[in-house]
Design a protein around this ligand. Structure first.
Ligand SMILES: *Cc1c(COP(=O)(O)O)cnc(C)c1O
Length: 407
């Protein structure tokens, strides 16, 4: 079906494989060949492919009601908002359709917050290597010049500091009185699986309180149980003012959410923000079904246990590999940083190991297995990655066509 791609914009460097169906952590291509999924659609299908309860919720709701618009009260939206707030000690939710839109919502709240404090040109502190999306505002917040190039002028209103460096934040605070908020991932996903230290996040919370800044956590990749807690920031025992979700919240059905507490939860007045599809009955019912399953089966705990197994396994298998610089992770987010470009490994993992992986930041293999994996599947992933790197061919030349996975 290669011909069909010629009518698509060339925004993605795609692998020459198309999957026809899936079940849990397994996928089958159009020729019936079976693969093991160690990326879950880039942290989206955390409950695995074709989950029967999600499928049933979609089927039933699609026969009842898909969309009425936000002109009306939407019962499933209110339920999902209530349930997410209960999990996070947030107070109000705004629903949209993607991660970038959730972050746009957070950025708009930060500007309202700034203007309320009489800051005419409010600045938002963002991080080197951060990733927040592809819309113009979220691209401007993203700390990756390669992704920004060609799309200038970028949106003003962002100041960037190194990640996990509280002194850098203090210096920025002293130099820039117009800062009103910080937007940060608790674990940088696209940035190469970098985990912010708990102390750093706690100090950031204190600084935000002292300065009257909003602490805005982008939990789009790390949230929903993946790191071994419901949300990545919970490892540090802090509570943000704003947090954004998407990816695993719909297990593949598009949905995003921006949650807030305190004054900022009441900043929007009617007409100031909106989304036609955002919070529709189908998406929100799927979100509720995802939460039902994740709560019932204690998915965060499962991710913690499986994640420890994954990291230990990778360290045992690859800790002494001559090309491996570092193995990092938290829960079921794992990164293996190599001493060279390794984009080519995505294709080779598919061909040689029937394994789905991604490579981010050119040199880091990223594993984001579904949370429903069993232990044997985790061990199998480790074994396949080890075989992939054992073939002593990581230094094969990189072809231009193998670009970063698109998220
Ligand atoms: C994927 C991702 C986004 C963007 O989400 P989209 O749904 O692709 O717009 C934003 N922030 C983080 C941390 C992400 O991982």
């Amino acid at each position: 079906m290669q011909h069909a791609t010629s009518h698509l914009m060339r925004a993605y460097a795609r692998q020459p494989i198309s999957f026809a169906r899936g079940s849990g952590a397994r996928l089958w291509d159009e020729h019936g060949v079976e693969y093991l999924d160690a990326i879950a659609g880039v942290a989206v299908t955390s409950l695995g492919h074709a989950h029967p309860e999600i499928a049933a919720a979609i089927a039933e709701q699609s026969g009842l009601l898909l969309h009425t618009s936000n002109v009306f009260r939407i019962d499933w939206q209110e339920r999902l908002g209530e349930r997410l707030c209960a999990l996070t000690s947030m107070q109000r939710a705004f629903f949209c359709n993607s991660g970038a839109e959730a972050n746009e919502t957070a950025l708009k709240l930060a500007r309202l917050h700034g203007h309320r404090r009489q800051v005419a040109q409010p600045q938002i502190l963002v991080m080197e290597n951060g990733f927040h999306g592809r819309t113009l505002a979220t691209l401007s917040a993203t700390g990756n010049p390669a992704k920004q190039q060609g799309f200038e002028p970028l949106m003003p209103g962002f100041l960037r500091v190194p990640y996990d460096d509280i002194e850098a934040v203090r210096r920025a605070a002293d130099q820039s009185p117009d800062i009103v908020a910080v937007l940060i991932e608790p674990v940088q996903g696209e940035g190469g699986i970098r985990v912010a230290s708990a102390d750093y996040l706690r100090e950031l919370r204190v600084l935000c309180d002292q300065r009257g800044w909003l602490l805005m956590l982008d939990e789009i990749q790390a949230g929903m149980g993946r790191t071994g807690a419901w949300f990545g920031h919970q490892h540090a025992g802090i509570t943000p003012d704003v947090m954004t979700l998407a990816k695993a919240l719909g297990n593949g059905f598009p949905i995003g959410a921006c949650l807030a507490r305190g004054e900022v939860a009441d900043l929007f007045s009617p007409g100031q923000h909106g989304s036609t599809f955002g919070g529709n009955p189908l998406a929100c019912r799927v979100g509720c079904a995802v939460l039902d399953i994740m709560v019932r089966d204690d998915m965060p705990q499962r991710a913690a246990v499986l994640g420890a197994r994954l990291l230990t396994g990778l360290q045992q298998a690859l800790g002494n590999h001559p090309n491996v610089l570092a193995i990092r992770g938290q829960g079921l987010m794992a990164g293996i940083e190599l001493d060279r470009s390794c984009k080519e490994l995505v294709r080779r993992a598919l061909e040689e190991q029937r394994l789905l992986i991604t490579v981010t930041r050119d040199t880091t293999i990223r594993l984001l297995p579904p949370l429903i994996c069993d232990e044997a599947q985790i061990d199998d992933m480790v074994a396949r990655v080890a075989r992939l790197l054992a073939s002593n061919t990581v230094d094969r030349p990189v072809t231009a066509a193998q670009a970063e996975p698109a998220t």
